[in-house]
Design a protein around this ligand. Structure first.
Ligand SMILES: *Cc1c(COP(=O)(O)O)cnc(C)c1O
Length: 398
């Protein structure tokens, strides 16, 4: 199949014409349960009435005015993000990588504003994913994403996952802070222990470092709290958000305390599209739902239920499934068969799942699902597992 698009993605050969809640309908009429959610983007699923109404109304007003002028929609959304989190100030962007870029620049500029411009390095973790711009591939440190793109941007020192001693050993006079995903997404759904985050916060405080969190995937309610770091009780200095924030509309944000953002003064950063009326109006509609009374508690409860069902699946198919990990509605199933083959088998059973590193398939359902969707997913996963068991038997008999 030739296409005018760059061949950079391993796309499944299926295209969709309609979506409804957690369901997607293909051109040929096939129906899929969407536990990919456009990679954790569709926090409210497909065709959510409140988002559709909001976007239609916003389409009749100015879509874009640029940051040459005040944007009341952006001001209001920033106020709501501030009210809902640790943050005191917000910068809007259009994607996850841009949100992380802004977070990195904010951290570097903080120390420059303190008269220590030599403190520009961030400590990062193995298995991290922070985006595909030149800075964020350097931060992520994945050799596959760096290869052939010239010398990686300087300023990132990577240490093993969950290794506080290694963080301590990596701190130098040039260290600005620590950058991590509280729950690693692309790297294989690894959850940093809450105790580790608390110790890391204490270490940052002791050494004058900024704690910078990339919650592009795990933020905006995905784990059952608005920010994943709330599970550990840790207060960060800077947080990058995107994916779920726009519910499918490209929108990202960098959240910070006033102190951490003190270097980001007039003229230090900018974005043509960032925070335009269309995007921030839709973002506000996402918050209407996610921050409504009881919504996040419901996500957490559904997550507990999903965890139970996945444990049951693990018990039933120990030869196919090696481990289950995650929090809220963000789970990883580490498979003993190649994860790409497992995702294809799940798709053949009508369940869409993204894969991740460490041979993991992810479950990232829309946050609006109910228990019936979890039962449907379980049945489909059970049948996908059975396909491998049947295959193994055939091989054994041959
Ligand atoms: C997806 C993701 C990014 C990059 O987001 P883009 O919108 O693709 O630029 C950055 N960090 C994390 C944790 C992500 O999951």
């Amino acid at each position: 199949m030739t296409s005018a698009l760059y061949p950079t993605y391993a796309r499944a050969d299926v295209a969709f014409t309609r979506g409804e809640g957690a369901w997607l309908f293909a051109e040929n009429g096939d129906r899929y349960l969407d536990f990919a959610s456009g990679v954790a983007v569709l926090s409210l699923g497909h065709d959510h009435p409140h988002l559709v109404e909001t976007l239609k109304a916003a389409a009749e007003k100015p879509w874009h005015v640029s940051n040459l002028f005040r944007i009341p929609e952006a001001e209001r959304l920033a106020e709501r993000l501030v009210a809902a989190t640790f943050a005191e100030t917000v910068f809007f962007v259009n994607s996850g990588a841009e949100a992380v870029e802004c977070a990195i620049k904010t951290a570097r500029k903080y120390h420059a504003a303190n008269g220590q411009p030599e403190r520009y390095r961030l400590i990062t973790f193995e298995g991290a994913f922070h985006g595909r711009t030149l800075a964020t591939i350097a931060a992520g440190g994945n050799p596959k994403y760096l290869d052939g793109f010239g010398p990686p941007l300087d300023g990132f020192d990577q240490v093993p996952f969950d290794d506080l001693a290694a963080v301590e050993a990596a701190i130098t006079e040039e260290t600005a802070g620590v950058l991590l995903e509280p729950v690693q997404g692309e790297g294989g759904l690894r959850v940093f222990p809450h105790e580790f985050l608390r110790k890391l916060r204490a270490l940052c405080d002791a050494r004058g470092l900024l704690l910078v969190l990339d919650e592009v995937q795990c933020g905006v309610g995905r784990t059952g709290k608005f920010l994943a770091c709330e599970h550990s009780g840790v207060t960060p200095d800077i947080v990058a958000l995107a994916k779920g924030l726009g519910g499918g509309f490209p929108l990202g944000a960098c959240l910070a305390t006033r102190e951490a953002a003190k270097g980001m003064t007039l003229g230090t950063h900018g974005s043509t599209f960032g925070g335009n009326p269309l995007a921030t109006t839709v973002g506000a509609a996402v918050l209407d739902v996610v921050l409504a009374e009881g919504f996040l508690a419901r996500v957490a409860a559904l997550g507990g239920h999903l965890r139970q069902r996945l444990a049951e699946l693990h018990d039933r198919h120990p030869r196919v499934i090696e481990a289950i990990r995650g929090e809220g509605l963000m789970f990883g199933v580490k498979t003993r068969v190649p994860n790409g083959e497992f995702a294809a088998a799940a798709r053949a059973e009508g369940l869409l799942l993204p894969i991740a590193g460490d041979n993991v398939v992810r479950l990232l359902p829309p946050l609006i699902i109910d228990e019936s969707h979890i039962s449907e997913a379980f049945d489909r996963l059970d049948r996908a597992c059975a396909r491998f068991a049947a295959k193994a038997e055939q091989l054994g008999a041959a």
